[in-house]
Each structure stands twice: as structure tokens, then as C-alpha cells.
Design a protein around this ligand. Structure first.
Ligand code: ATP
Ligand code: MG
Length: 255
């Protein structure tokens, strides 16, 4: 399949006085319709990479092409319209607005961008709620529903406009394991049904092993990148245990 996102030589630096380079020239592409799990130690640059390829933050250097459109340079705010229409987000903490019901929260991104949602969109929101067994809570407020339900609302909110790409940064990080994997199972099934491209950051190996591809970041570089269909699950598990990286250790003196 064709790539929906292509990034070349991505560099990200933070700070004006003390400059810290967090991504050191990443080359990475994501196939349309594929589920990619991004793993790696804390501070390895996973969120930074996700924020850049989802147009939330601009790279310091490098090229970024999404669906054939060049997003490499320029003011990130100019990309907001594209981002709102084509990209869905699920974060670790759901960011539901407390003064709106579950259904209203799902429709909120549309409301903010374009005003009163049309009837077909409301239908789609209700149909997603039905698929995720949420109809009984549709008129409840976030503080009246459980953490797992809140996260399902956030997933429905990310999917309701049928975005082409969904980015999820540890979407079940604040749920217990069982609820987390149930919520994630629902999310991946819906995403596969819709043919949506998913890039998901996770600390959970079992979740990563359900993706099509695993991308491991270590210290701002791609340490491993493999497809489950090619390696098989057993070799994938071994690869996840293996602490070595495909890149040469820059501290290793080239030996
Ligand atoms: N806005 C910022 N200003 C300065 N440094 C930052 C900023 N955002 C991230 N960093 C630094 O960049 C590095 C990578 O951060 P990032 O959040 O991408 O890591 P991560 O892999 O998502 O980690 P975690 O698993 O803990 O979420 C860290 O060292 C972090 O301190
Ligand atoms: Mg992170």
C-alpha cells in the first residue's frame, strides 16, 4: 500500500539558550490503513515524533508530506484546518469537557470548527456509541461515567468525522490493564473496519504485538522497525526483548 505520511530527516530541537536535540534526523513513512505501534523508553522522543507528524508541532528541520501535501515548512497554525478535518487524536488523558454530555463531547470538535452538527453526523456519533456499548451513557456527564467509558467517548470523538489518520498517545495509560485492553480492542477493530491509518504510542508490549508494525525509538533514533506479518509473533517477541539497536551507537567510537 501507498504511504500516507512520509517524513525525511526530521530534526527537533527544544530550547533557545540550551539547545537540546530530541530527534536526530528521522526517516520514517506510514502506510495507508496500517496500524503502527511506536514504543521506546521514556524520553526517547515518541510524543515529539507524534506531535510533528500530526501537525501539532513543527519540526526544526526535515520534510513532512501527508497525503501528497507538503507540510514541511511554514506556520503550523496554517495547517489547523487540515488537521481538524482529517486527523483524529486520542490522548492519555481524555480531555472531555465536564459541562457537556458524552454525546455532546463526541460532537464537540465539529461544533468548534464548523457549528451545529448536521443530522448524519449525529447519527454517526450515535452509531459509534452503540458499537461501543455506550448508548446508556450518552446523556451523562464525564464525572458520571467510569474512566474506561470516558476513554471510549474520547475514541468515538476521534473517529466520528472519519479521519484518515488517528494518532493515539498512550490512550489507555491511565486505565487498569483489563479495561485498557478492552478499550483498545474496540478502537483497533473500529479503525480496521474504517480502513483508518493508526499510529499509537504504547508502553504495553501486548498491545504493540497486535499492530501491523512496531517502530522502536531509542534516544531520538529508530532502533527497530519491523512488520508482524514478516517476523511472526514469536520472533517479534524476541525482537522486543533484544536491547540492541539497528543504528550504530554514536558513543561506541565506530567499533
Ligand atoms: N517542550 C519541550 N521543551 C524542552 N524539552 C522537551 C519538550 N518536549 C519534550 N522535551 C524533551 O524531549 C525528550 C523527548 O520527549 P518526549 O515527550 O517526546 O518523550 P517520550 O518518548 O514521549 O517519553 P514518555 O514515554 O515519557 O512519554 C525528553 O527529553 C523531553 O524532556
Ligand atoms: Mg510521551
Amino acid at each position: 500500500m501507498a504511504d500516507i505520511i512520509t517524513a525525511r530527516s526530521l530534526v527537533k530541537r527544544f530550547g533557545k539558550v540550551v539547545r537540546t536535540e530530541v530527534l536526530h534526523g528521522l526517516d520514517v513513512a506510514f502506510e495507508k490503513g496500517a496500524l503502527t505501534a511506536v514504543i521506546g523508553p521514556s524520553g526517547s522522543g515518541k510524543t515529539t515524533l507524534l506531535n510533528i507528524i500530526s501537525l501539532l508541532e513543527s519540526p526544526s528541520e526535515g520534510e513532512l508530506v501527508i497525503e501528497g501535501r507538503d507540510f514541511s515548512a511554514g506556520d503550523i497554525n496554517r495547517y489547523a484546518a487540515y488537521r481538524n478535518a482529517h486527523i483524529g487524536f486520542v490522548f492519555q488523558f481524555h480531555y472531555l469537557l465536564p459541562e457537556f454530555t458524552a454525546l455532546e463531547n463526541i460532537l464537540l470538535p465539529y461544533w468548534i470548527g464548523r457549528g451545529r452538527p448536521p443530522a448524519p453526523l449525529i447519527e454517526r456519533a450515535l452509531s459509534l456509541m452503540k458499537d461501543m456499548a455506550m448508548l446508556p451513557i450518552k446523556d451523562k456527564y464525564p464525572n458520571q461515567i467510569s474512566g474506561g467509558e470516558q476513554q471510549r467517548v474520547a475514541i468515538a470523538r476521534a473517529l466520528v468525522q472519519e479521519p484518515k489518520i488517528v494518532f493515539a498517545d498512550e490512550p489507555t495509560g491511565n486505565l487498569d490493564r483489563e479495561t485498557g485492553s478492552a478499550v483498545l480492542g474496540i478502537m483497533t477493530r473500529m479503525i480496521r473496519d474504517l480502513g483508518t491509518t493508526l499510529v499509537i504510542v504504547t508502553h504495553d508490549r501486548e498491545i504493540a504485538l497486535k499492530a501491523d508494525r512496531i517502530l522502536e525509538l531509542v534516544d531520538g533514533r529508530i532502533c527497530k522497525d519491523f512488520r508482524l506479518a514478516e517476523t511472526g509473533e514469536r520472533a517479534a517477541r524476541e525482537l522486543l526483548e533484544d536491547r540492541s539497536c539497528d543504528f550504530e551507537d554514536p558513543n561506541d567510537g565506530g567499533g
